[in-house]
Design a protein around this ligand. Structure first.
Ligand code: BGC
Length: 265
């Protein structure tokens, strides 16, 4: 087990990729803080899976559950700070932060409202910024190193018409990571992006229920299928472990080859 003794917070872990990551990190021996905004039943499901995966509790006074649920809206900075502080209060420390929570809104550029723009930017970029800041303050205060992993998207590179705010947020995440790799290196804190392509998760419900669109997308994926949360989670487990100690400021694509699949017809 690669993560014995580690405490990991996975934002947005009541479903989809976040749930897959939470379970995988627990399999590697970590204790997990499960964050959700609007699906408490999903968070409970993740907790049950974390417990079954055999995650360990690293608190003094165990036995306790290896998982702990916190409700927090990543788009609200006071919630973000409380989430980090409560995680530390519960487990005594944090070693790994996975900034996974993210949302997207479909809309032609000229129809996008300020509320849509703010919703996307607040969760996908502002939340990541301030969660990372609070985590870094904790690591500095306790004079420890740590690992930050952001769940970005192929759309930190690739245009996605009708999702301009989403693409801008992921492009912003790319530069946030590069910048912080430089700024946090001397503290021994690494930060990397994992950039999924099309993964079978609730964010894609519409697409998954539209055979025509789905078929066209799968044709664009060299490996011939959508990804699964586990495909993303295994890379996150590696980046969270000491095997990845010398890796920082990088983006890793988990997309079945989607990003580089340009073909002349
Ligand atoms: C988006 C999905 C999209 C996928 C591939 C992801 O970042 O969330 O909606 O299907 O990229 O384009």
């Amino acid at each position: 087990m690669k993560l014995e003794g580690k405490i990991a917070l996975v934002t947005g872990s009541s479903q989809g990729i976040g749930q897959g990551i939470a379970v995988r990190l627990a399999t590697e021996g970590a204790s997990i803080v499960i964050d959700y905004r609007s699906h408490p039943e999903g968070a409970e499901e993740t907790l049950a899976k974390v417990e079954k995966a055999g995650g360990k509790c690293h608190m003094s006074g165990c036995p306790h559950s290896p998982g702990y649920i916190i409700k927090a809206d990543l788009g609200v900075v006071s919630d973000v700070r409380r989430m980090i502080d409560e995680s530390i209060a519960h487990f005594g420390k944090l070693d790994i932060l996975v900034n996974n929570a993210g949302i997207e809104r479909h809309g032609a550029f000229w129809d996008v409202t300020e509320a849509d723009y703010d919703a996307v930017m607040n969760v996908n970029l502002k939340g990541v910024f301030f969660a990372t800041q609070e985590m870094v303050k904790h690591l500095r205060e306790t004079k420890r190193t740590g690992k930050i992993i952001n769940i970005s998207s192929v759309h930190e590179e690739l245009p996605f018409p009708n999702f301009t705010a989403y693409c801008a947020s992921k492009g912003g995440m790319k530069m946030l990571t590069r910048n912080l790799a430089v700024e946090l290196g001397s503290l021994g804190i690494t930060i990397n992006n994992v950039a999924p392509g099309a993964i079978e998760t609730p964010i894609n419900t519409k697409l998954l229920n539209d055979p025509e669109k789905l078929g066209a997308l799968v044709k664009n994926i060299p490996l011939g299928r959508l990804g699964k949360p586990e495909d993303v989670a295994s890379l996150v487990a590696f980046l969270a472990s000491s095997d990845a100690d010398y890796i920082t400021g990088a983006t890793f694509f988990v997309d079945g080859g989607l990003l580089w699949n340009y073909q002349e017809q």
